[in-house]
Design a binder for this molecule. Sequence first.
Ligand SMILES: *Cc1c(COP(=O)(O)O)cnc(C)c1O
Length: 394
Amino acid sequence: MIYADNAATTKMSEAAIQTMTALFQEAWGNPSSLYGHGQEAKEVLEKAREEIAAVIGAQSQEILFTSGGSEADNQAIRSAAALGAKKGKRHIVSTAFEHHAVLHTLKKLEEEGFEVTLLPVHENGIVRPEEVAAAIREDTCLVTVMFANNEIGTIQPIREIGAICREKGVLFHTDAVQAVGHLPIDVNADNIDMLSASAHKFHGPKGVGFLYVRKGIRLTNLIEGGAQERGKRAGTENVPGNAAMATALRETASQMPETTARLTVIRDRIIRGLSEIPHAALNGDAERRLPSNINFCFEGIEGESLLLLLDDKGICASSGSACTSGSLDPSHVLLAIGRVHDVAHGSLRLSIGEDITEEEADYIVRSVKDVVAYLRSFSPIWRDLTEGKKQFIL
Ligand SMILES: *Cc1c(COP(=O)(O)O)cnc(C)c1O
């Protein structure tokens, strides 16, 4: 099997599995208990917090453990909204292609009386800092822009956007779930106030994540109860999960330079190969994208059929279209970069892993070429296109 869906989730690293399983047997006490066995667990937890903080240039008190990226996004946005509302500021700036953990939270806030401006991301899938600056108003309480997009992999000008927010005195949150461990991040140099991350996107366990919150920013609780996480997130801590997240992050981040260099070459090899398919187009900027991400649209086919046939060839991939999301709507990300419905339906996302070989990359290209040609051979839409009854778009 060739696993090319690392944007959906990654395999846990051996080291992270070891950390986690050892802790099930060793420091399994409650970190809130005062006896030695509880305090051992507390030490494990705090060491994990320090290690995670170090990777993004934060202080350990600024890291809040959560159940994953979605919770971190919800809490960051809800907190900024609550702080804003106290001062009569009820306007939020974001983008059209955020993850649903962000977009659906913003939708709820709209129902609660907030106003949301979703900025365009243009054909290349990149937000323009000057448009962020222009969108900020007197009553803006938050700007939230993702670090790297989960579908098309485009990397946003986070440092510039952060600088604009800082200058205008507006809180800046970034959903960095696709970036943490994979791109260099320094919350201070990058002017980030809040940042969401998820362990299972960098070879840690699922159901574990963290929120970075700059010192001095008051969080709103999503979960009330005990005084865990400085009173901001109740519930007995997932000590093994958080420790495994730290192990995974340290490991992934330490290999970043080599991984980036190697994957960039393989990514571009796949992009070159797939570009040879007629009436196909790369989605998102060719250079300012994650080294792991390849996303194409192929005219005249359905993304789901492509995925099923690739699965038969032992390739795990993803598509931003219909059935995967259980709805008939194509991906909001592809629509945001200007793909029309028909074209957006024929999309393919490959998110390659660190261990991919050149041979596997070539096998992927061959397989996609074969499957696209096969699907087109009996596609009524393709027939209409080739017979001139419909206009080619790509
Ligand atoms: C995966 C993902 C999330 C959700 O993270 P979970 O830990 O699965 O809740 C949020 N944002 C982005 C960009 C993601 O890729």
